[in-house]
Design a protein around this ligand. Structure first.
Ligand code: BYC
Length: 328
């Protein structure tokens, strides 16, 4: 059927957009997946690029606080486990950069945004790791918070993101258990080891709660991301769930969670807790955390050190393509 003569090209395009939007809305309403081949609103694409690239950067920057301890881990076994964990984080970064690339952004562009300090990554990785117990606290608290936040993301409406999250979550559960086990061993050790474990928990507890993002009434992206089935629970809901998970685990470990107001509220069926220091959170986001400058400096250095690998890979790919073209 031909379009009536009086319809302009612009109105035909508008009609096509309306149809595409209706298809998109229908997929979201049915809780189905949006795939790279599907039409999607620009704002949905931008939101995903923002969240997935920030997530990828977090994984890559997140390698630093732990790799710092590989050479000093207390035994060969601990060294091997920590090396494997840090390698897993690199893998997570790569799945996530690949997922973001399906939305039309290049890897190089994302990397530039990161090393030029124009991209966000999780606030948690701007804290320092002065003792071995920090490896336990990162595994237990940071990976624990990551699992809480990321298990619902396995059902995110964007297919490549949700699928990447499935594997990432499996690996994160192992990471969380290894952190718990490091702390358990320290808590069964000497008084000094117990003090070291408690000190690490004291330093990482509040920053790990900040990983879930600002409170719901100050979270500009949540409502739209939830309407698009990217986020399934609000920042505060997940934070609350995380605290509920930690309390019994802290009892098993024998550590104290550093919040004097942490009490079970029978009526709400949830824990009451002290107010988080949001000024600290905003300082870290503004680049003024304890290790922001160091993390970016190290990332830039690693990027420059890796230039020859990227050049060699590109040259190899060029030669292979030339060979294939000659053969054809
Ligand atoms: N740190 O409207 P909101 C790991 C930003 S890696 C920094 O609530 P949204 C691991 C937020 O980006 C774990 N920035 O945002 C790796 C937004 O800024 P813009 C990383 C934060 O997106 C190695 C603004 O604040 N996990 O586990 O709806 C070793 C307003 O926030 C933070 C992920 O990336 C923060 N903590 O919700 C070990 C999970 N919080 O972009 C472990 C995926 C908020 O508007 N991401 N901001 O300028 C998410 O689930 C969501 O993006 C968030 C924030 C819950 C983090």
């Amino acid at each position: 059927m031909t379009a009536p003569a009086e319809l302009s090209v612009a109105s035909i395009d508008e009609h096509r957009d309306d149809e595409a939007q209706a298809r998109f809305d229908d997929l979201i309403a049915k809780d189905s997946r949006i795939e790279p081949r599907d039409w999607m609103p620009d704002a949905y694409r931008k939101t995903l690029i923002r969240q997935i690239s920030q997530h990828a950067h977090s994984e890559i920057i997140g390698m630093q606080p732990e790799s710092n301890w590989i050479s000093r881990a207390p035994s060969l076994k601990r060294k091997a486990i920590l090396m494997a964990k840090v390698q897993d984080e690199a893998g997570h970064g790569l799945y996530l950069y690949s997922a973001a690339q399906t939305l039309g952004i290049g890897r190089e562009e994302m990397m530039q945004q990161l090393i030029e300090g124009r991209a966000r990554y999780s606030s948690i990785f701007n804290y320092t790791t002065p003792t071995w117990a920090d490896m336990g606290a990162i595994g237990w608290l940071v990976d624990g918070a990551a699992i809480c936040n990321q298990v619902p993301l396995c059902r995110a409406s964007y297919g490549p993101y949700g699928r990447a999250m499935v594997r990432i979550c499996k690996e994160e559960s192992f990471h969380q258990r290894q952190g718990f086990e490091i702390l358990l061993e320290l808590m069964q050790g000497t008084d000094e080891q117990k003090r070291m474990a408690q000190d690490a928990v004291d330093r990482w507890y509040w920053p790990s709660l900040m990983m879930f993002g600002p409170p719901d009434d100050e979270s500009p992206n949540s409502a739209q991301s939830m309407a698009w089935n990217i986020k399934r629970f609000s920042n505060d809901e997940l934070r609350q769930r995380f605290v509920g998970m930690l309390v019994p685990q802290a009892e098993v470990l024998g550590v104290t969670l550093p919040d004097p107001n942490l009490t079970w509220n029978e009526e709400r069926q949830a824990y009451d807790m002290s107010e988080i220091d949001w000024d600290e959170f905003h300082e870290v986001l503004a680049g003024r955390g304890p290790a922001n400058a160091e993390r970016l400096r190290r990332r830039r250095e690693a990027h420059e050190d890796g230039a020859w690998v990227r050049e060699a890979a590109a040259e190899y790919a060029r030669k292979q393509a030339a060979k294939a073209a000659t053969a054809a």
